[in-house]
Design a protein around this ligand. Structure first.
Ligand code: ZN
Length: 248
């Protein structure tokens, strides 16, 4: 049974199927690793914490820059120069002080991710570089953790939900390391609402999964073109020769 205070806090989402009392308790007892506290991580984190996810582990070794503020709404001008993970954790606790936030100021390398991914229920890839994405993909698959990936450059956003328990391809089936074009917010620019859309998709899919929904759109690439306001979806078939999820 939820307490009166808990019921009051989450009363609006408890009206939406399948977010009943049991689902809310599952959210409260869940743990989520967010790798990257930029535009994607800010959008996803605020809604996961607001919705009652019990333990959020937020990993980013970067510090807040003035050029981040147009798309990373957890930070304000006085945060410039501070660690993003720590500033975000302070802000998130102001949204919801009932949960636990771990601010991890580590660089997300293989050893660090190998330590933290086994500890959580799900992983959100909110990073901005392909090498780290491949490591997160590989370790999430190895440890059988559902992985919710967001990406955005320019006016384009992407979202993928991967579940090792399902028979679809992984991120390494979708992209090869040699496809790294070096595109980034620095070279391509980025629009705040576009990156927030991808982060919101990550948060929404995570909430449904953690609440016990079995109707998620696993293993498909969702691409949003902000200049046309259009979403498109593509299946991600498993490649039998994939080094992560293939047969060999
Ligand atoms: Zn694969």
């Amino acid at each position: 049974m939820l307490t009166k205070e808990t019921y009051q806090r989450y009363s609006r989402q408890l009206l939406v199927d399948p977010f009943n009392d049991l689902a809310q308790q599952q959210l409260i007892h869940s743990s989520v690793l967010i790798v990257g506290a930029g535009g994607l991580g800010c959008a996803a984190a605020q809604y996961l914490v607001g919705s009652g996810v019990g333990h959020l582990l937020l990993m980013d070794h970067d510090k807040v820059d003035i050029s981040n503020l147009h798309r990373q709404p957890l930070y304000v001008e006085s945060d410039v120069g501070s660690y993003k993970a720590e500033s975000a954790a302070r802000r998130l606790l102001q949204i919801n002080s009932t949960g636990r936030i771990s601010a991890l100021t580590y660089q997300a390398d293989e050893a660090v991710l190998e330590t933290f991914i086994p500890l959580v229920d799900i992983v959100l890839d909110c990073t901005d570089n392909l090498p780290t994405r491949f490591i997160i993909n590989s370790l999430s698959y190895k440890h059988k953790k559902p992985l919710f990936i967001g990406a955005a450059t320019g006016s384009l956003a992407q979202f993928v939900a991967l579940n090792p328990a399902q028979n679809h391809g992984c991120y390494a089936c979708l992209y090869a390391p040699e496809q790294d074009t070096g595109n980034s917010c620095l070279s391509q620019g980025i629009l705040g609402p576009v990156v927030a859309l991808a982060g919101n998709y990550q948060a929404l899919a995570s909430l449904y999964y953690l609440s016990g929904s079995n109707q998620l759109d696993w293993g498909r690439l969702h691409v949003f073109d902000g200049s046309k306001m259009q979403w498109k979806q593509f299946a991600i078939p498993k490649r039998s020769e994939c080094a992560v999820c293939g047969d060999k």
